[in-house]
Design a protein around this ligand. Structure first.
Ligand SMILES: *Cc1c(COP(=O)(O)O)cnc(C)c1O
Length: 424
C-alpha cells in the first residue's frame, strides 16, 4: 500500500469522503487521491515522494508557482508580529488600496475569508441596495457553496452529478433564477418575467467551473446592458479570473465594468482570502456604514494580507508575467489542436490566457448542456494516464488546466506528448 492509500484509509473513517473539499476526491476518475507533502515552483510531491508537474495550482491561487520565495518571506515576517489581532491594521488599508487601484470598477472593497463568503456577501449587498430579492445565475457557473448559489452549479457539484444540494431550503433556492450561459435572451426573459424583482445578475465572465467556456462576442456587454436597463446589480464573479486574465481581470480583458466584483484565490496567494467590492454607492450599504450586515473574526488577517499583497504587487510590477502565462496557454491550446487533428479524437480544447480545458466531446462547448456531453469515463482514463506520466491535473472533466509563471515551455511539450500518446 502506498502512503497516500494508507492516509486515505485513515481519512475516510473520520472525514466525509476523506477530503475537506469534494473537488479533491477522485470519485469521478477512480483511484485514491494523492496526499501532497510539499510543492515548489511548477512541481508538487506526494506523500510517497513522487514528483508531478502541477496544473491545479491550488485551483488558481498559485499564479506565480508554488512556494514563491518573496511570498513565503512576507508570510513569515508577518507571522512574527502576531497571527491575528481582531482589530484594524495597515495591511488591510494597503490591500484595499491595491485592489481599488488595479480594478477600475472597484471603488470600495471588503475583505472576507473565501470566495464563497465574497459571493454570499455581494449578493446580500445587492439585495440590500436594490430592496429586491431575486438573483439570476447561469447554469454551470459555480459561485461557492452558499445556499442560494447551489442551483445548477458547476465544479464539484457537476462532477458528482448532484443536480442541486440536499439541505438547501426551497425558500433559498426559489429566488435564484437560472439562465443559459452565452444565451442573452434566456437572461432577458427572466428579467421580463420578474419585473422589478431582480436584485442582481451574477456571472463568471469566463466560466471556469464547467470546464472552461468563453463568453461569446457580445454576451458580457449584453448582460451589462440588461442590468442597466432593469436596474439590477451586475456581479462579476472573478474568483478565478481576477488577477489571472490580466491585472484587471476578465472585466479588463473584455472591456465590461461590473457593479460588484468578487475575488478569491489569487488575492490570497494560497492563504484563505476573499473580497468583494465595487461601486461606492452599493458598498456604502454594508455595515457599519449601512444596514447590510456582514462581518468576520479573521477577515483581513495580517498573515493572509501579507501573502496577498506581495503577490498582487509582484503582478502589478511585472506585467510580463501575463505575457508569459498567456504564451504558455496559447502553446498548450495550439499544440493540443494539432494533436487532436492528427489523432482524429472526439476532443475539444478551450480556454484563454492561462486557463485551458480539454473536453472529451466532438461538439463545440458553449454552455452547460454542451459541456455535459463530455465522455467523463474517457476523461478519467486520460487523467490517470497523465498522472502516471508525472502530470498532476484536476481529477474532473469540469475543471480548468491552470498555468503558472513557474511552468516552462518544456513542461507544456511534455504534457502535449503525454496527451498525444494517450489519444493515439
Ligand atoms: C472557487 C470559486 C468560488 C468559491 O471560492 P472558495 O474560496 O472555494 O469558497 C466562487 N466562485 C468561483 C468562480 C470560484 O471559482
Amino acid at each position: 500500500m502506498t502512503k497516500s492509500e494508507q492516509l486515505f484509509e485513515r481519512a475516510v473513517k473520520i472525514i466525509p469522503g476523506g477530503v475537506n473539499s469534494p473537488v479533491r476526491a477522485y470519485r469521478s476518475v477512480g483511484g485514491t487521491p494523492r496526499f501532497i507533502e510539499r510543492a515548489d515552483g511548477a512541481y508538487i510531491w506526494d506523500a510517497d515522494g513522487n514528483r508531478y508537474t502541477d496544473y491545479i495550482g491550488s485551483w488558481g491561487p498559485m499564479l506565480l508557482g508554488h512556494n514563491h520565495p518573496e511570498i513565503r518571506e512576507a508570510v513569515c515576517k508577518a507571522a512574527e508580529k502576531g497571527l491575528s489581532f481582531g482589530a484594524a491594521t495597515e495591511a488591510e488599508v494597503e490591500m484595499a488600496e491595491l485592489i481599488c487601484s488595479l480594478v477600475p470598477s472597484v471603488e470600495m472593497v471588503r475583505m472576507v475569508n473565501s470566495g464563497t463568503e465574497a459571493v454570499m456577501s455581494a449578493i446580500r449587498a445587492a439585495r440590500g441596495y436594490t430592496g429586491r430579492e431575486k438573483v439570476i445565475k447561469f447554469e454551470g457557473c459555480y459561485h461557492g457553496h452558499c445556499d442560494a448559489m447551489l442551483v445548477k452549479a458547476g465544479s464539484g457539484v457537476m462532477t458528482a452529478g448532484i443536480p442541486d444540494s440536499a439541505g438547501v431550503p426551497g425558500g433559498c433556492a426559489q429566488d435564484t433564477l437560472t439562465a443559459v450561459y452565452n444565451d442573452l435572451s434566456s437572461a432577458e426573459r427572466l428579467f421580463e418575467e420578474n419585473p422589478g424583482k431582480v436584485a442582481a445578475l451574477i456571472v463568471e465572465p469566463v466560466a471556469a467551473n464547467m470546464g472552461v467556456v468563453l463568453p461569446q462576442e457580445g454576451f458580457l456587454k449584453g448582460l451589462r446592458a440588461l442590468c442597466t436597463k432593469y436596474g439590477a446589480v451586475l456581479i462579476f464573479d472573478e474568483v478565478i479570473t481576477g488577477f489571472r486574465l490580466g491585472i484587471d481581470g476578465a472585466q479588463g480583458l473584455y472591456g465590461v465594468a461590473a457593479d460588484l466584483t468578487t475575488f478569491g484565490k489569487i488575492i490570497g496567494a494560497g492563504m484563505p482570502v476573499g473580497a468583494y467590492g465595487g461601486k461606492r454607492e452599493i458598498m456604502e450599504c454594508v455595515a457599519p456604514v449601512g444596514p447590510v450586515y456582514q462581518a468576520g473574526t479573521l477577515s483581513g488577517n495580517p498573515v493572509a494580507m501579507a501573502a496577498g499583497i506581495t503577490q498582487l504587487r509582484i503582478l502589478r510590477d511585472h506585467p510580463e508575467v501575463y505575457d508569459k502565462i498567456s504564451r504558455l496557454g496559447d502553446l498548450f491550446r495550439q499544440g493540443m489542436e494539432q494533436v487532436l487533428k492528427e489523432s482524429g479524437a472526439e476532443v475539444r480544447v478551450t480556454g484563454t490566457g492561462s486557463l485551458a480545458c480539454v473536453f472529451f466531446t466532438g461538439e463545440p462547448v458553449k454552455d452547460y448542456a454542451s459541456a455535459k456531453k463530455s465522455d467523463t469515463g474517457r476523461f478519467g482514463k486520460y487523467f490517470h494516464y497523465l498522472l502516471g506520466h508525472g502530470i498532476h491535473a484536476a481529477p474532473s472533466q469540469f475543471e480548468a488546466v491552470f498555468f503558472s509563471n513557474a511552468h516552462k515551455e518544456e513542461d507544456i511539450s511534455a504534457f502535449l506528448g503525454a496527451a498525444k500518446a494517450f489519444l493515439k
